[in-house]
Design a binder for this molecule. Structure first.
Ligand SMILES: C[S@@+](CC[C@H](N)C(=O)[O-])C[C@H]1O[C@@H](n2cnc3c(N)ncnc32)[C@H](O)[C@@H]1O
Length: 247
């Protein structure tokens, strides 16, 4: 089947693509996710979740044909809807078995043909040194079981000199306000100042460090607005850095 890449009607002009496939993608998720994951169809097909990543990559990455590692790919929403990934060679990994079948299901639909997939734990996987031009860790570093510095230190040898690393995280400075609103934290938080210090010390240049745009119901939007005012910062940050050691 031909690879359905970048149909013009499916692009938003800001970095998302294949948006004409969103409804069908949501149907595929709903039909194939096991019961314990039943709410995830709306989560993963909510493409506004990907807007900040898509916009940052569109702004900073002009090259095609890059080798990309997508860490914790889930059911491949990033590979489907982020325009700047369409003409790259993407290696996706995720350790959750329930998401693995979506790889073949989406290939059958004519999408993600530029993607390879391996079901594996990111803390155990190995790649050749300097294998990737870009590593993406999108919507993953909230996991308690993954620690940012440990993960980035582990993945850094797989990045080419001059390669890019994208990640996002929840701001620890908003944690107390969340508690005030009765929100329980089953997530991992990071201090933006310490994150900046860590990536700089690890040999990266910061290209983008910005508030993550999130799609939410109005009560959650009010909460986020309150968080921003009270903690003088955003609830979530999206970061693109580049390895300083050029080839
Ligand atoms: C919220 S989903 C995000 C999926 C995708 N990055 C996206 O933005 O659509 C988080 C994903 O990280 C994966 N994940 C968490 N820890 C992992 C690990 N140690 N190794 C591989 N995948 C992991 C989970 O299985 C899950 O699919």
């Amino acid at each position: 089947m031909l690879y359905k890449q970048l149909s013009p009607e499916g692009q938003d002009g800001k970095g998302l693509c294949n948006l004409d496939f969103v409804d069908r993608y949501a149907d595929i998720l709903q039909a194939n996710l096991p019961n314990k994951f039943s709410d995830f169809d709306r989560f993963f097909s909510g493409t506004q979740r990907l807007e900040t990543l898509a916009a940052i990559l569109k702004r900073h990455i002009q090259e095609d044909g890059l080798t990309v590692l997508n860490v914790g790919s889930g059911p491949f929403a990033t590979e489907l809807f982020v325009e700047r990934l369409q003409k790259q060679q993407v290696q996706s990994i995720d350790y959750t078995p329930e998401f693995a079948p979506f790889y073949q299901l989406l290939l059958n639909e004519g999408y993600i043909a530029n993607t390879s997939f391996e079901q594996v734990d990111v803390m155990e996987v190995e790649f050749p040194q300097k294998a990737f031009d870009l590593i993406i860790i999108h919507d993953v570093l909230f996991e308690k079981a993954l620690e940012m510095e440990t993960l980035i230190t582990r993945l850094s040898p797989f990045l080419k000199p001059g390669g890019y690393l994208y990640f996002d995280f929840i701001n620890s400075r908003t944690q107390w306000v969340k508690r005030l609103f009765g929100r329980h934290d089953q997530f991992r938080y990071y201090d933006p100042v310490k994150v900046k210090g860590f990536v700089t010390h690890a040999g990266f240049e910061i290209l983008s460090f910005e508030a993550t745009r999130k799609a939410h119901s109005w009560p959650i939007r009010v909460l986020h607005h309150a968080l921003q005012i009270l903690s003088r910062g955003s609830g979530n940050y999206s970061v693109l850095v580049q390895s300083k050691s050029r080839p």
